[in-house]
Write a protein that binds this ligand. Structure first.
Ligand SMILES: *Cc1c(COP(=O)(O)O)cnc(C)c1O
Length: 384
């Protein structure tokens, strides 16, 4: 197998799921309420970790539902034998209605026209389609207006080929320190649900909470929560308390394939942006931006190098520009590094960079860092 790989620590994902479950149970119990069910986001290949394996793990851990973003993602999971209820978080095109039906998906819906197309497809397939009515209370992405929600809910409820499986909304700033907007959304959404229930429509799980709201808004847990990033071991932002022991699941690794000592004044990589000011040892690693290691990490990222037969770990900086398929490291003048020593680009080890550290360096979020790990990087699953 090639040098670069993404090791997926399934044990950490299992740990995170249990930590989340215990936390939901504990807080719900102390409030005297029922603990919500869980819908785990495995969209975008489980944030880059591998949807099939993470879906199977979630099922083993008793997770009630899974969520995907595209019909293709769902079909791939169904083909792999994943039978859990599956929510489709994005709006598909009306012409995908047959596939939605055939894959047994429960899509978010936001208007009558799409509901009608789904109902027609369901009739042709002699079945019913479960749908989740999405209400836009402030995300501004998909969803009907709060004013339209009761009528749509009633129409879905009355359609023999549709089943109202959920009533949902989404939060844009639940991971923010400022609580005003999310609290306003909670009130608005609760009022919408009250009006739907008031009209005699009593079906559908009520749900709203992404990771940010799982962490900070128990009042938004309702019947079902929808964590994503926290399952993969990261907090959605820096602005929330870190009370849960979440462990990063993905470890992007490679190996050193060439070592050389260079003299002062020697430049490294494209653009000659790195010039050695002393004699030093340079190591070349076959991972680059085409693997998902962002080019903005040029001359600014660092990695964890495992030396002395994997016994000692040391942080070293990237020297020069990140290339498409390779990077260079400045290992220092008296480096004990050997050819083929292991390099960790990010992962759960606190001595090395995390996906969050990388995200901070390049102005993004850990979600994008794990999602960016390319398809050509093999995922290696370990369970410990
Ligand atoms: C992706 C997504 C989530 C999960 O969000 P995290 O921030 O990863 O917890 C929940 N709900 C919807 C609608 C989503 O699209």
């Amino acid at each position: 197998m090639r040098a670069s790989r993404a090791t997926i620590h399934l044990g950490n994902a299992r740990h995170n799921l249990r930590v989340i479950r215990e936390y939901l149970d504990r807080v719900s119990r102390s409030a005297g309420g029922r603990s919500p069910a869980m819908c785990v986001s495995v969209k975008a290949n489980a944030y880059g970790h591998g949807a099939e394996e993470l879906a199977k793990l979630a099922a083993e851990e008793g997770v009630d539902q899974l969520a995907v973003a595209t019909v293709d993602e769902a079909v791939r999971l169904r083909d792999a034998g994943v039978s859990a209820p599956m929510v489709l978080y994005s709006l598909s095109l009306p012409e995908e209605a047959d596939e939605v039906c055939a894959a047994g998906l429960a899509p978010f819906v936001a208007d009558q026209e799409y509901c009608d197309r789904l109902a027609e497809a369901a009739r042709r397939h002699h079945t019913t389609v479960a749908v989740h009515l999405k209400v836009d209370t402030g995300m501004g992405r998909i969803g009907c207006s709060p004013a339209d929600a009761p009528v749509l809910a009633r129409r879905i409820h009355d359609d023999p080929n549709l089943r109202l499986a959920g009533i949902a909304t989404h939060f844009p700033v639940a991971d923010d320190a400022d609580r005003d907007f999310t609290e306003h959304q909670c009130r608005l959404f609760t009022e919408v649900v009250r009006r739907i229930r008031g009209s005699g429509v009593t079906d559908g799980l009520v749900h709203a909470a992404n990771s940010g709201a799982v962490l900070a808004y128990p009042e938004a847990w309702f019947d079902l929560v929808r964590p994503g990033i926290m399952v993969y071991g990261y907090y959605p932002s820096h602005d929330q308390a870190r009370d849960l022991d979440l462990r990063p699941v993905m470890e992007l690794e490679s190996r050193i394939v060439q070592l050389k000592t260079i003299e002062p004044g020697t430049s490294i990589s494209y653009g000659r942006t790195y010039v050695a000011h002393r004699q030093t040892v340079i190591g070349t690693v076959p991972v680059g931006y085409a693997d998902g290691y962002n080019r903005l990490l040029s001359n600014c990222g660092s990695v964890l190098v495992w030396e002395d037969g994997d016994r000692r770990a040391r942080r070293v900086p990237i020297a020069g520009r990140v290339c498409m398929d390779q990077i260079m490291l400045d290992l220092g003048p008296a480096a004990p590094t050997r050819k083929h020593d292991r390099v960790v680009l990010f992962g759960p080890d606190p001595r090395g960079p995390s996906a969050e550290e990388i995200a901070d360096l390049i102005g993004t979020i850990p979600y994008e860092v794990t999602c960016a790990v390319a398809g050509r990087v093999p995922r290696v699953y370990v369970d410990s």
